[in-house]
Structures are given as C-alpha cells and as structure tokens.
Design a protein around this ligand. Structure first.
Ligand code: HMG
Length: 445
C-alpha cells in the first residue's frame, strides 16, 4: 500500500491585523473579554490593498516550491480551495500558476488545475483529490500542490464581523510524505443546510448561532461514521485533534462533545462517575427534552473536571495558537490548526513520530469530514521552516478607521483609493484589471 499524505506546508498571512479586544470591541461597545475569553480571538489578519486570494496563494505556493527545491515539472496538479473566488468560470489555480510562471523558467501547461468549492471544507476535499490521484497511480511520479486561500470578510455590522481573517495555506501532497500520512478511512456528516451561504454575493448570509449547532451536529455524524470504518476512539489514542476553527470558542464546544463521546463506556467514565455521575443514557429518560437537559448538565460538570481540562490543554489547546492571532481563514483554517499543533510540539520538543492525530474538517452548507493522520519522521524539520511567527510580528496594526478602509478596498462593489499600509518585498502583488476584466498580477523583487 502506498503511503500518501502531506509532505510540506507553507502559510501566508494577510499583512494587516485588527486587534479585536483593543480596537474592534470598544468601537462596537463590547467587552474585550468577549474576544479574549468567549470567542478566543486576539487579532484577525487582513490583506493589504495589493493582496488578494491569488497573491496570498501564489506567495505561499512559491515559498513551498523554493523551500522544497521544486520546479514546475515536478508538479502534476494545482488545486485551489476557496470560497472567495471572483470568477465563475476561470479557476483561481490558473491565476496562481500564471503568477508562478512569471518567476520560474518552466511552465505548468502539463498540470491539471481546478477549484474546489464547499465552504471551508474544500481545502480538505482538494487534499482528497490529490490523495486519490496519487493512490490511483495517475500522477506519473509528480506531486500535487493544494492551495487553500480566502479573504473571509463579513458585511460590516453582521454578527460574523467579529470572526474575519485572511490568508493562504499551501500544501504539498506526495507519496512517502515527510510530515503526515493520511488514513484511508474517512467519516462524513453531510446535510442540506442553510446556516451560512453566499448566493452570488460576496459577503455571507449567516445565521451565526444556528451555524454553530450545525457544525456540532455534522461533526458528530462524521465521528460516528469514521468509527464505523476505523476504530472506537479513546482520548489516549490521539496526540492532537485539529478542528476547523472559525474561532477557538467553537472548537472548545467541539472538543467537549468529542471527549464525552470518546469516554463513554470506558474506564475514564467510571473514574469520573464518583465526581460527576455517569453519562445520561437516552433510554433512562421519558422524553428527548429531559434527556437533553441531563446531557447539558453532565457536560457542564465534565468540563470542570481536572481530567477533562488536562486532556483539553494537551490535545486541543495547541491547535488554537495561530487561530487566536489570525481569525477564520475558511478553507485554510483546519490546516492552520494542524500546523499550529505541530509547531507547538516542535517548540516543546515533543517526539511525535508515529503518533496519531484526528483531523475534523467542516464546511457550512454543510459537511464535516473526519480522518486520522500518522505523523512521519520528517515532521519537525518541515514545521520548523515556517516563518509564520515573523509574519505575524511584522503585520501593520490597523486603527478602526483604517480597518473600515481596508474592508471597503476588498469589497467587490466598491471602488476606493487607499494607500498601501506595507511595502511589498519579494512577492506577488495585484497589478490592476485587464481588458477582459481579468485580474492582473506581477512579482515585486
Ligand atoms: P456573537 O453574538 O457575536 O457573540 O455571536 P456571543 O454573544 O454569542 O458571544 C460569543 C461567546 O463569548 C459566548 O460564549 C459568550 O458567552 C462569550 P458561549 O456562551 O457560546 O460559550 N462572551 C464572553 N465571555 C467572557 N467574557 C465576556 C463575554 N461576552 C461574551 N465579557 C457568533 C458569535 C459565532 C454567532 C458570531 O461571531 C458569528 O455569527 N460568526 C460567524 C459564523 C461562525 O463563525 N459560525 C461558526 C460555525 S459555522 C463554521 O465554522 C463555518 C464557517 O467557517 C464558514 C464556512 O464553512 O465557510 C463560518
């Protein structure tokens, strides 16, 4: 059996930041702790005036190729996952390949290019496509580049405005990967939902509270489906669980549900029984509402236990470090969570080789997917190459008026003239609109 998975990752953060507790909350007359403690966010990243989904994606992909010493001939497919596309026909991957062709001698004419759409889960689906292509032996020895790139903006004044973000993740999918091998087993939870959507509009229509319930319901189905083909999971089986992270507070809820599910009928449930009782079983209750109340009560107690809190601190918290600093990157978000966990392990000198992670992807509309990943020998060397800390430290800190200007610059229905806040250096930038209404890009030395 071929081992296929993620060989390397690169992350490109939008070059501006909005401090949510200090700059955004006061303007909205909100308590900063809603961000720090409730949503779990400190900053959101935003694209400068010359950045967009193409520049961020191309910059991440170029760094990936340079670092791995790859030439266009080594790449057989470029798949872009995004929900911020500006063209209903020409895929963003063609723009990204066009950018890369400006700086490499060879071209990508041989490479299959596409664009995947299913809200935030499309990045994981693109990895799947690459995985299947390699497993099927159709790759002719070539690797795939997956780029998950989004400018996650909400309409000003909408509930989602608190959870914006922008950035790109580029992933190299290969045989015998250095970083993580993907499990063949997958679980799905998928249903026709209207909690978050963009019917031919740039900014989402969102029912925020309902979207959170749908996230948890689909994730639960996906876990059960995964267990039906893989194994009954126990908390100790998993080193980390990177989830799709629209904001860390969402993952706090998913982590608690997952833990309750995994400890059912185990020695952990027995051990906790003296302190908080046993988990309610549906058959013991007269109706669904009373059963749900009992579950809620059990969960409230469970999350206070030392056992749960230390599991959460070790298994979930390390996946959230980057999300707190960048907000929601939609398609890139779960891949940022994985990188965050691996980065944490490298910094703490934790030996991860051979350990398992469970990855929980999610896209509104709605679908969750669960698969396992086995960490490979080269993980540390790969993750230590990330420059994300330097990128985050170098971001321009927007005041509230500047934030509104940047929001307007990236609003497709507005034409505003705003000076750039940072100076591009060795990167692709947006260079105007062309004759056919196409977007144009150039490389700035
Ligand atoms: P909101 O009304 O801004 O916030 O909505 P809130 O009042 O519900 O507060 C948020 C949390 O902060 C709550 O915690 C509060 O208690 C707490 P919870 O009760 O839920 O645990 N809080 C405080 N804590 C400490 N001190 C305080 C304080 N004040 C409040 N002073 C909402 C939040 C998420 C609904 C909103 O931001 C929103 O609509 N976001 C966009 C939708 C979203 O992100 N949904 C997530 C699930 S769907 C998904 O992940 C898919 C998505 O990525 C899109 C895709 O797939 O393409 C969005």
């Amino acid at each position: 059996m071929k081992s296929v998975g993620i060989d390397a990752v690169e992350i490109w953060a939008g070059k501006l930041k909005l401090d949510l507790p200090e700059t955004f909350a006061p303007e909205k007359d909100e308590d900063p702790d809603k961000y720090r403690k409730g949503l779990g966010l400190v900053n959101s990243s935003f694209p400068d005036t010359y950045e967009d989904i193409v520049t961020m994606g191309a910059n991440a992909a170029k760094r990936l190729m340079d670092r791995k010493g790859l030439k266009p001939d080594d790449i057989g497919r470029i798949d872009v996952a995004t929900e911020s596309a500006f063209d209903n026909s020409k895929p963003v991957s063609t723009y990204i390949a066009g950018c890369l062709e400006q700086v490499y001698d060879e071209d990508f004419h041989h490479a299959n290019k596409g664009e995947r759409k299913f809200a935030c889960i499309a990045g994981t689906q693109s990895i799947d496509d690459a995985y299947n292509w390699i497993k099927a032996g159709r790759n002719r020895g070539r690797s795939a580049i997956v780029v998950a790139t989004d400018t996650a903006l909400y309409a000003r004044g909408s509930s989602g405005e608190a959870t914006q973000g922008a950035g790109a993740v580029a992933l190299l999918i290969t045989e015998d990967p250095s970083m993580v091998e993907l499990s063949t087993e997958q679980g799905y939870g998928s249903a026709d939902e209207t909690d978050f959507l963009k019917p031919n509009q740039q900014f989402p229509s969102v029912d925020g509270k309902r979207s959170m319930q749908v996230y948890l319901a689909r994730m639960r189905e996906a876990v059960e489906d995964f267990e039906s083909v893989a194994w009954d999971m126990h908390p100790e089986d998993l080193e980390y669980i990177p989830f799709h992270t629209p904001f860390p507070g969402m993952v706090r809820k998913a982590g608690l549900l997952g833990y309750r599910h995994m400890i059912r009928d185990t020695e952990i449930e027995d051990e906790l029984a003296g302190e908080i009782g046993r988990q309610p079983r549906e058959g013991e209750y007269e109706d669904w509402d009373t059963y749900e109340d009992a579950i809620r009560d059990y969960m409230d107690k469970l999350k206070q236990t030392d056992m749960y809190q230390s599991w959460y601190a070790e298994t979930i918290e390390p996946t959230l470090g980057l999300a707190r600093e960048v907000g929601n990157w939609y398609t890139g978000s779960v891949h940022v969570a994985r990188a965050s966990a691996l980065k944490h392990a490298a910094e703490e000198d934790i030996d991860l080789t051979g350990e398992q992670m469970l990855v929980g992807s999610y896209g509104s509309g709605a679908q969750a997917e669960i698969h396992a990943e086995t960490v490979q020998e080269g993980w540390k060397e790969e993750i230590e190459q990330l420059t994300i800390d330097e990128q985050l430290a170098a971001r321009y800190d927007l005041d509230f008026d500047e934030y509104e200007q940047v929001h307007d610059v990236h609003n497709h229905d507005m034409t505003v003239d705003v000076e750039e806040f940072t100076i591009p250096n060795g990167e692709f930038v947006f260079a105007g609109i062309g004759r056919m209404n196409e977007r144009k890009y150039e490389y700035v030395e």
